[in-house]
Ligand binder design. Structure first.
Ligand SMILES: [Zn+2]
Length: 168
């Protein structure tokens, strides 16, 4: 009897564990979700829910596990609310076909560039985060104190330096 390696069950038209380097994660943006006829590697056609991405990645056939994770991340079970959501894909070992195999999973995490968003500038004098003040945004205050005093300062410390200069 001919044996079928489980990897042969991967469909090259869709993203699968084969598309990832060990430990690699891919951040993708959901573009649309729709029901499609999928040609299985065994020649069978089956209607599946497919998630398409804005990036140049192959679409993902949505299974229940990943569907639940996306609705949790999106805070909504409605696919219309998923459009534009950025998700992180990775590979995890799951039990399938009586064996442990690699499968693409939507990770329970936010994209790195969102969690690593640049921190707000810190004041050189007091060390606190520079906060918006009145009509001034934090970056505006930082830019203006940098120009005037050569240092990033919060509004309080900027005013103190201004007073000090005037009293000189
Ligand atoms: Zn300060």
């Amino acid at each position: 009897m001919a044996l079928t390696h489980w990897k042969k069950l991967d469909n090259p038209d869709y993203i699968g564990a084969y598309a990832f380097q060990p430990g690699e994660k891919k951040t993708v943006t959901i573009d649309r979700i729709r029901r499609e006829m999928v040609n299985g590697p065994d020649g069978k056609r089956e209607e599946c829910t497919v998630v398409h991405f804005r990036e140049k990645e192959k679409p993902l056939i949505l299974n229940a596990t990943n569907g639940k994770m996306i609705s949790r991340l999106a805070g909504s079970p409605y696919v219309e609310d998923w459009v534009g959501l950025r998700i992180v894909l990775g590979v995890e070992k799951v039990k399938a076909f009586g064996d442990v195999v690699d499968a693409v999973r939507v990770k329970n995490e936010r994209p790195a560039e969102e969690t690593n968003a640049p921190a707000l500038p810190l004041c050189s004098d007091c060390g606190n985060v520079i906060k918006a003040f009145g009509e001034w945004s934090a970056p505006q205050i930082a830019a203006s104190t940098k120009k005037r005093f050569g240092a990033l300062l919060c509004m309080d410390c900027g005013n103190k330096r201004k007073d000090a200069q005037q009293n000189e």
